[in-house]
Design a protein around this ligand. Structure first.
Ligand SMILES: Cc1cc2nc3c(=O)[nH]c(=O)nc-3n(C[C@H](O)[C@H](O)[C@H](O)COP(=O)(O)OP(=O)(O)OC[C@H]3O[C@@H](n4cnc5c(N)ncnc54)[C@H](O)[C@@H]3O)c2cc1C
Length: 447
């Protein structure tokens, strides 16, 4: 199923599905290998998800955290980029079935010798899909922009709302889920209200906004040691965020959120701007692979791969990143954290497997090297747990800045984000406070 080159020779054809953190590393590591690589993604860009929440709060613009896949590999003659969505796998024929996206025609089928699948994950609403319409998340660029519009529109609506109760509802922001993304979102909304917008309005005082962070567990940042969770919670409180730990969301609609009450009843919170940062579910590609190979799936839909990241009975198919759970060399499934370093290390490992096989060599099992955890809360406030070294405050924040700038794709984006962060730090400003996607009567009329 290899690709026939201009010279007539037939190269080993590696298809990588997904240009996220895992897929990008796999392709990068194969760019000088004697293989032809096709990278298939339904987006034409790589998205740096760890900073989407900054787009959602107007601190950064979309173009600063996304980079076109074609531009990343423009100098690599053995790499092709294909804009298409993978619909199904035909593992016996070693082919993918593709669907076109954005009206761009795509081949119906694409053959491979080796397949690396890195389809990622998406937010799950715990079986309540109806909540999605009222509680947007920040996983994709589109949803981050929708959140940005919703947050900024809430302040605008509060400014013109004559009824005090309704005004309070517009100025109540609820973030569901206190993992790193939820903590970062709540911190940023608080800074927006307390700092950036404080002089922008005439009727309301944005500093009166209530920012509630709801978490079902008994503390924020449960993937950090309890001492750092406590520090993060104190930093959030200083910013004006109210943490509601040990509370479960039982309803979300256009007018607000319902929490389970401490007395067994329910508590209603009127809010017009709810942000979802809770559970995740693996890409549906994980389910397809599990069905076709008989591999196990966990409750979050992740497919269980072998210790060398291959699918059972299909050594030519590897799956990596957020959509998998990996067996340890003893055969026990291990759930690694759903973070970029895991996906990146697995992407590099998958490329190493391909290269080793081409040389007829064996390769060991995948082993994750945990470099630590970082979460930022706000201006000069963050927590870090790096190989047992626990940092908080300014040093953790500076580490967070350096790490994120380092891993951001593209020199231009690094420079732009650095300049923007420096400028925002000095001026307390946020340059991208735009309400977009609005549909006014004039918009509709003008088409
Ligand atoms: C808001 C947010 C903040 C985060 N912050 C951090 C952080 O601070 N630090 C950290 O380490 N991790 C963070 N993460 C987690 C990190 O982003 C993920 O662990 C990482 O992206 C996983 O990489 P991946 O390659 O598995 O998937 P992804 O990076 O999600 O990439 C999946 C790719 O597959 C493509 N795709 C999916 N399905 C198809 C299909 N059917 N056909 C074609 N293409 C397809 C998608 O378009 C996408 O490009 C964050 C995640 C989110 C959502």
């Amino acid at each position: 199923m290899g690709i026939v080159c201009a010279s007539g020779s037939r190269e080993h054809h590696v298809v990588v599905v997904g240009g996220g953190f895992g897929g990008l590393q796999a392709v990068s590591k194969l760019r000088r290998a004697p293989v032809e690589v096709t990278l298939v993604d339904r987006r034409n860009f790589h998205l740096f998800q760890p900073l989407t929440y900054q787009v959602a709060t107007g601190a950064l613009s979309p173009g600063e955290i996304a980079y076109p896949l074609r531009a990343i590999f423009k100098r690599d003659r053995n790499v092709r980029v294909l804009l298409a969505e993978v619909a199904e796998f035909d593992l016996d024929a070693r082919e993918l079935q593709l669907r076109s996206v954005s009206g761009v025609p795509a081949p119906e089928r694409l053959g491979y010798d080796t397949l690396i699948v890195a389809g990622g994950s998406h937010y799950s609403y715990f079986g309540h899909e109806e909540w999605r319409a009222h509680a947007a998340e920040v996983k994709s660029l589109e949803s981050a922009l929708a959140v940005r519009s919703r947050l900024l529109a809430a302040f605008e609506a509060a400014e013109t709302e004559p009824n005090a109760e309704q005004r309070d509802a517009w100025l109540t922001f609820v973030v569901v889920g206190a993992g790193p993304t939820g903590v970062e979102m709540a911190g940023q909304i608080a800074e927006l209200a307390q700092d950036t917008l404080r002089r922008d309005f005439r009727t309301i005082d944005p500093r009166r906004a209530r920012i509630l962070l709801v978490e079902a567990a008994d503390r924020v940042l449960t993937n950090f040691p309890p001492s750092l969770s406590a520090k993060a919670e104190r930093a959030l409180r200083r910013l004006g965020v109210t943490v509601l730990a040990g509370r479960t969301v039982i309803g979300i609609d256009a007018a607000g959120v319902t929490l389970d009450g401490r007395d067994g009843g329910a508590e209603r919170i009127a809010s017009r701007a709810v942000v979802w940062a809770a559970g995740v579910t693996a890409s549906s590609l994980a389910g397809s692979l599990a069905e076709l190979t008989g591999a196990e799936r966990d409750r979050a839909g992740r497919v269980t791969v072998e210790a060398d990241l291959t699918l059972p009975g299909h050594p030519e198919v590897l799956a990596i990143g957020d959509m998998v759970r990996v067996r340890d060399p003893g055969g026990e499934p291990v759930l690694l954290p759903g973070v970029a370093p895991v996906a990146m290390q697995q992407g590099r490992y998958a490329a190493t497997v391909v290269r080793a096989r081409l040389r007829g060599r064996e390769h060991g099992a995948f082993h994750y090297r945990d470099k630590g955890n970082l979460a930022t809360i706000g201006r000069a406030a963050a927590v870090a747990d790096i190989k047992g070294v626990r940092l908080s405050g300014f040093f953790a924040w500076a580490t967070w800045l350096v790490v994120h700038l380092w891993y951001l794709i593209g020199f231009q984006n690094r420079l732009l984000v650095f300049i923007r962060w420096s400028f925002s730090f000095a001026t307390h400003g946020r340059g991208a406070r735009l309400i977009t996607g609005a549909s006014s009567a004039a918009d509709r009329r003008d088409g």
